[in-house]
Design a protein around this ligand. Structure first.
Ligand code: KDG
Ligand code: MG
Length: 409
């Protein structure tokens, strides 16, 4: 079965998505998500200009060989653009293979290790009443695990707070990339955040009781000692995890954090290879791997990364915000269902417009996701609908401290 076409579709139904469609001489097609939030066109070009021509005539069955060929023949290793492009090819080929076998992809990955995939939703609020309403809404929607993000007194805009106004004047609504010509500037004050956050978790636990799994994302903004202090302060509230407490590229930083706190740690959404995790996994400095299938070389590479983590009782917590397209989400769900060391899956619903472009068969019932039993990934791309929403430049915001210094966002 030979590859005869590899088309890149860039579409913006409420937000930008880059999708790779591979076609074989037997008429089978497979989809891969190549979306890299705020840098979409670089991956589109990498695929169109440098990868698609190399795929023509290759045997679509040879997934591992194609992965190694794209990784090693580029010579320049790793990096988000390269690894997102390789991931898109890899996932599209798995989609084709599973369709050729007439099976849902998870069957080819070893079959289901569980009946459903526990998902967490994103609750947030500018103050406690708004946060409580948001948590209740998520519980009503069926979520059984909740990420909690809040505004901080004295800071104008904080990552992850849906109701705060965005740079374009609309609700921020879970989509931090804004359709502005320049990245929006936000502000940050770590000491104010460290003072405020434990009081929020205290209130949430008092209202919702001890059982509800609660998560929080620090979004790379703390130094190791600040992160250690926060982890310790949050211990009484029994978090499921504290995510990205320090900038993820400094693996050694986690040694210091780990010495001071038993709050479980999750890291890795900005990573793109197993190499970024070597120290973290071998020294058991984290509890959950946060990589996206779409940014980390696809199913082939994520499987190896998670198998490595499994030897150290480290579990998966695959990245799943709205900048992971329904194709990328489906890839995550098939893997989640098959692996033994599944932890939790992040899940943010896409907008109705995005769902018009991507027809999905995964389900969400009583807090659990399932990829469905269609052959392949179970997602179809409506190319006519996609063409109605051309690319629109959009950027993630960035932070400045009170004195004007640029800070992690
Ligand atoms: O594009 C950036 C988002 O993917 C990121 O900000 C989302 O941190 C995130 C999360 O945990 O979902
Ligand atoms: Mg995150």
């Amino acid at each position: 079965m030979k590859i005869v076409a590899a088309d890149v579709i860039v579409s913006s139904p409420d937000r930008n998505f880059v999708t790779l469609k591979i076609t074989t001489d037997e008429g089978l097609t497979g989809l891969g998500d190549a979306t890299l939030n705020g840098r979409e066109l670089s991956v589109a070009s990498y695929l169109r200009d440098h990868v698609a021509p190399l795929l023509m005539g290759r045997d679509a069955h040879r997934i591992e060989d194609t992965w190694q060929f794209l990784y090693r023949s580029a010579y320049w290793r790793r990096g988000p653009v390269t690894m997102a492009a390789i991931a898109a090819v890899d996932v599209a080929l798995w989609d084709i293979l599973a369709k050729a076998a007439g099976m849902p992809l998870y069957q080819l990955l070893g079959g289901a290790s569980r009946t459903g995939i526990m998902a967490y939703g994103h609750a947030s609020g500018r103050d406690i009443p708004e946060l409580f309403d948001s948590i209740r809404r998520h519980l009503d929607e069926g979520f059984r695990s909740i990420r909690v993000q809040t505004s901080v007194p004295g800071i104008n805009a904080v990552y992850g707070v849906a109701a705060q106004p965005s740079a374009t004047g609309q609700r921020y609504d879970y989509e931090p990339a804004q359709r502005t010509p320049l990245p929006a500037e936000e502000d940050w004050d770590t000491r104010a955040y460290l003072r405020h956050l434990p009081t929020v978790f205290e209130a949430v636990r008092a209202e919702f009781g001890p059982e509800l799994p609660l998560l929080h994302d620090g979004h790379h903004r703390m130094t190791p000692i600040q992160a250690a202090k926060l982890g310790k302060a949050l211990e009484p509230y029994d978090l499921f995890w504290l995510e990205d407490c320090t900038p993820a590229e400094n693996q050694e930083a986690l040694r210091l954090v780990r010495q001071h706190t038993t709050t479980p740690l999750a890291i890795g959404e900005v990573f793109n290879t197993v190499w970024d995790y070597q120290t973290l996994i071998r020294e058991q400095l984290i509890d959950y791997v946060r990589s996206a299938v779409t940014h980390t070389g696809g199913i082939t590479a994520m499987r190896k990364l998670l198998d490595f983590a499994a030897q150290y009782q480290i579990k998966s917590g695959i990245h799943g915000p709205t900048d992971i397209s329904p194709v990328g989400m489906a890839a995550a769900l098939h893997l989640d269902l098959a692996i033994h060391n599944f932890g939790i899956q992040e899940y943010m619903k896409h907008t109705p417009l995005a769902n018009e472009v991507f027809r999905q068969s995964f389900t969400f019932t009583d807090g659990y996701l399932h990829p469905g039993d269609q052959p392949g990934l179970g997602v179809e791309l409506d190319e006519e609908a996609a063409a109605r929403f051309p690319y629109e430049p959009a950027y993630l915001p960035f932070n400045r401290l009170k004195d004007g210094t640029v800070h992690d966002w």
